[in-house]
Ligand binder design. Structure first.
Ligand SMILES: [Fe+2]
Length: 639
């Protein structure tokens, strides 16, 4: 009877590994966290080792091994695209082929060698892996499944239907017509890095006006009623060239692409807003088609475009589905998890654990616009909430470092830290937050997926008007307009936001509750672009975007007890159950993995306090109740 399945994704971006045992996730991790190379695409040796260690087994004890896509089919697509565009595509053909012929075509051998096994390697399909990652760990017994990304083998989007252990793919859209590549083209043209700057484009959109939306619809992309799209290939160089966009973009949008080091102007903001509007429209249309095709009232979502949390928020509010669940590792890292699930249910024929046995799913439909003020301040008990029922364990699936591990590491480094008791820790951290301190919080198992969810997070006071710019400029060393996200106690979310459902993975954007917003100061309505940022818009300005929205993380105690207790203690001190949560890293670095990574990041930035499980360290001059200051200036300069 097979029990253990290893899923892998690699060789494109965000390589990762995931281990299932008896159909449950034992561990999942991205390679970049271990190698410290952002979006590392190399074989995930470290991630595999970490998963095997967590399970306490060797590679010989794994029953099936799966890779998340089919290299030969992808090769076929590349070859066909290049041949279709000779001679224009010849240059990229010359660049890509040695890699394919030398490595990717012999992938099974490579993987066996890397793993040290002779076991057969099974290959999934890229979008089926995404679909499996969206449906199988979801809390739904039955659901429509939509995947949207740049491109897999040939597929760029798919619609499927999951029921129990069955997952049927119903429709697909094929390369080169791709929502992900459309968004990436504008990411490139607005001067950001493709496959990682898409988030910045989404963050920039609210500062702009959809001034170019019509031009894009007229000349660049045809959006059909059913959500399928057709790109005008005259404008896209990715089929045959090495850049994303051609001269047509320059003519349409008044000049060349922004250089990565050039200033962000109103044009980039307007372009971001325009493409964002179109992508949201496409997401809604695809969702309606999926609803029609499947008759389902629930939707599962994955693929890189599912990280567009502004679009997800609109799907929840305006789409045809009552419930929505999004795979937190929606990008290609999640393909490792998806192919593992697909092998378990579809290849090994194992039944799916009944969603009923896992409790009921929570969302209760679209949030009410303009939250009723009378409800503000009324605390519902957590016991009122139905149990939380997906299989992701709060996405806390990576390695953990115990207090003993941390104490041992501190000793080797000659570093001192105060060890607080578990009962006193939340109160001490909450007081520091209330005093305006910025805290690195390192505790529990590392997150799987791109968001930090309280295990490797930098936290701060959401009420502070200066927190956003302080954190961006002094801690993260990144663009000042980038918004921060709030983490809020699950049972209090409807008091503060126009949302009353789970958003545990920070993948939904919704408005700040009307009662928490501030009236616009006279003369500020006419502000443009980045200047809008200077106006406090709510009583939690550090997490309120310029369009009064926020990217929300709801926190339940059963997922992350210490994190929950810190926010609860902060609420007791301040009456505010909301804190700022941003990932524990600086610009261009992966999120921290080990205590050492966390300490280095702490010392490189202006963070005030570092919490490593129960160990607390503070920078000189920062007083921690019950603790001494331990980081000397010498230590600071030594890092
Ligand atoms: Fe993908």
């Amino acid at each position: 009877m097979p029990s253990t399945v290893l899923g892998l994704s690699a060789y494109y971006h965000d390589s990762a590994a995931c281990l299932l045992r008896d159909g449950r996730i034992v561990a999942a991790a991205q390679e970049e966290r271990f190698t410290r190379v952002k979006h590392d695409e190399r074989f995930p040796s470290h991630a595999v080792a970490s998963c095997l260690k967590e399970a306490g087994i060797s590679i010989d004890q794994v029953d099936a091994i799966g890779f998340y896509e089919k290299p030969l089919v992808k090769f076929d697509r590349l070859l066909e695209s290049y041949l279709a565009s000779v001679p224009r595509g010849y240059q990229s053909y010359l660049m890509a082929m040695p890699l394919w012929l030398g490595r990717k075509l012999w992938l099974a051998d490579d993987i066996q060698r890397e793993l040290g096994t002779t076991q057969t390697i099974l290959f999934g399909d890229h979008h089926e892996s995404h679909a499996a990652s969206a449906f199988y760990p979801s809390p739904f017994e039955e659901a429509a499944v939509v995947t949207i990304d740049g491109v897999g083998e040939w597929t760029t989007s798919s619609i499927g239907h999951g029921r129990g252990a069955d997952l049927t793919m119903l429709r697909e859209m094929r390369f080169p017509h791709s929502v992900g590549l459309l968004y990436s083209a504008f990411t490139y043209f607005t001067g950001f890095k493709v496959n990682e700057g898409e988030y910045k484009v989404m963050g920039l959109a609210p500062y702009g006006e959809p001034r170019y939306e019509q031009a894009i619809r007229d000349h660049v992309v045809e959006v059909h009623e059913d959500g399928s799209i057709r790109l005008n290939l005259e404008h896209f160089e990715f089929v045959h060239g090495l850049t994303m966009t051609g001269n047509g973009f320059e003519r349409l949008f008044g000049g060349p692409a922004r250089r990565p080091d050039g200033p962000v102007t109103q044009r980039e903001m307007d372009l971001a807003r325009s493409v964002q509007e179109i992508v949201e429209d496409v997401m809604l249309r695809m969702a309606r088609t999926a609803h029609r095709e499947t008759g389902s009232t629930r939707l599962c979502l994955a693929g890189g475009v599912a990280l567009n949390c502004v679009g997800n928020g609109r799907l929840l509010r305006e789409g045809p589905f009552v419930d929505l669940w999004i795979q937190p590792a929606a990008g290609d890292a999640g393909g490792a998890l998806g192919v593992a699930y697909a092998l378990w249910h579809r290849y090994l024929g194992q039944p799916r654990r009944s969603a009923e046995g896992r409790g009921a799913w929570v969302p209760r439909g679209p949030a009410k616009a303009g939250h009723d003020e009378r409800e503000v301040g009324r605390v519902r008990l957590q016991a009122d909430l139905p149990p939380y029922a997906d299989e992701m364990q709060g996405a806390l699936l990576g390695p953990r470092y115990s207090d003993d591990d941390i104490a041992a590491w501190l000793r080797t480094q000659n570093l001192a830290a105060e060890r607080l008791s578990r009962p006193e820790l939340p109160g001490v951290v909450a007081q520091l937050l209330a005093d305006g301190k910025v805290i690195g919080l390192f505790q529990g198992r590392m997150e799987f997926g791109p968001r930090a969810l309280g295990a490797r997070s930098i936290i701060g006071d959401a009420r502070s008007p200066s927190m956003q710019s302080v954190q961006n400029l002094k801690i993260k060393f990144r663009e000042s307009y980038r918004p921060f996200a709030p983490a809020i106690l699950r049972e209090r979310v409807a008091e503060w936001f126009e949302l009353d459902c789970e958003s545990p993975y920070m993948l939904l954007v919704a408005g700040v509750a009307a009662a928490r917003r501030l009236p616009a100061a006279p003369g500020t309505e006419t502000l443009f672009g980045i200047d809008k940022l200077k106006v406090p818009r709510s009583t939690i300005p550090a997490v309120t975007h310029v369009d009064d929205s926020a990217r929300i993380q709801t926190v339940r105690r059963e997922d992350n007890p210490l994190y929950y207790d810190i926010i609860t203690a902060f609420d007791a001190l301040t009456g505010c159950p909301v804190i700022v949560n941003t990932s524990f890293n600086v610009k261009d670095e992966p999120i921290v993995c080990t205590p050492e990574d966390a300490y280095r990041c702490f010392m490189k930035t202006h963070m005030d306090v570092l919490v490593l499980e129960s160990h607390v360290m503070a920078k000189p001059g920062v007083r921690v109740a019950g603790a001494r200051n331990h980081v000397s200036a010498e230590a600071a300069s030594a890092v």
